[in-house]
Design a binder for this molecule. Sequence first.
Ligand SMILES: Cc1cc2nc3c(=O)[nH]c(=O)nc-3n(C[C@H](O)[C@H](O)[C@H](O)COP(=O)(O)O)c2cc1C
Length: 332
Amino acid sequence: MGWRGILGFDYGIVQAPLGPDISGPELVAAVANAGGLGFLRAPDWESPDYLRGLIRKTRTLTDKPFGVGVILAFPHEENLKAILDEKVAVLQVYWGDCSEELVLKAHQAGVKVVPQVGSVEDAKKAISVGVDAIIVQGREAGGHVIGQEGLISLLPRVVDLVGNHDMPVIAAGGIVDARGYVAALALGAQGVCLGTRFVATEESYAHPTYKRKLVDLDKTEYTNVFGRARWPNAPQRALVTPFFNDWKSLPPHENEVNQPVIGHATINGEEKEIRRLGGTVPNVTATGDIESMAMYAGQGVCLINEILPASEVVKRLVNGAQQLILKEFSSL
Ligand SMILES: Cc1cc2nc3c(=O)[nH]c(=O)nc-3n(C[C@H](O)[C@H](O)[C@H](O)COP(=O)(O)O)c2cc1C
């Protein structure tokens, strides 16, 4: 009965934190109001006051609980303090050490902890430090990809590992509709975490050109051409745009550092230069050569045909899953 909800939320539908500045208060509140778990994304630098502002703005748009995602590979201690002081419902962590100390601190503040992992080893570690749920990311996923395995084999292994622990397992990677949701439930997940589908919503801060390309294009590639200097050894899954095709064979010794500035954007309240191959996806404030910016997407992008309100994404997943289960599986 996965759609009945996890972690106190109405449904097991999770909107991934979308960095660097794509899942803002409007998107998170829309998901929360629809009964899902939405995640803001903490800045990649210490900016606790700005982050507090984001959390408080979200609270003006919804009375429902929501979460914040933190990339542990970037400076985060001050941001973390702000998140725990504000007592958001859930802290999502990715790419770094989700330590027992971090989990204890969060629990003392009444905040649940949900790491995103990409391997059985990392899932084992997460279970051992007492997290509240685990997001399992398959290689199909859009954005940065931490593991090598496809979801269909990795997910049931983590489900088996979790066993009788009261720790929902949430599937991430390539899921955009009710069929993917039901497949994840069949593999033992209790929830699904969608990134790309929520980038392509009315409320996301993605630039309109990026949203349009998610509808128009349908191929992605696992790559490491973006942000090699800023975030080393962190491969990504990106949309195959004409720009990507021209640059995907970047020699291994090169990176974004000596590439030209191709645009600007306000990211988490700060003016930033966007360098070619820097790996910054264009948000709504981006100006310049948008077509040459990174556009991350999961393999399910080929099933995205329209920009929808986020509430509609949640509704279609929940209603669609219920109908699919009743129609296809209940008479067995
Ligand atoms: C544009 C974009 C930005 C992302 N940013 C983050 C992030 O900041 N933190 C994180 O944990 N995951 C991030 N992800 C990955 C998601 O957590 C999730 O694993 C992925 O979106 C699932 O695959 P899907 O895109 O096919 O739904 C991002 C994904 C995309 C597409």
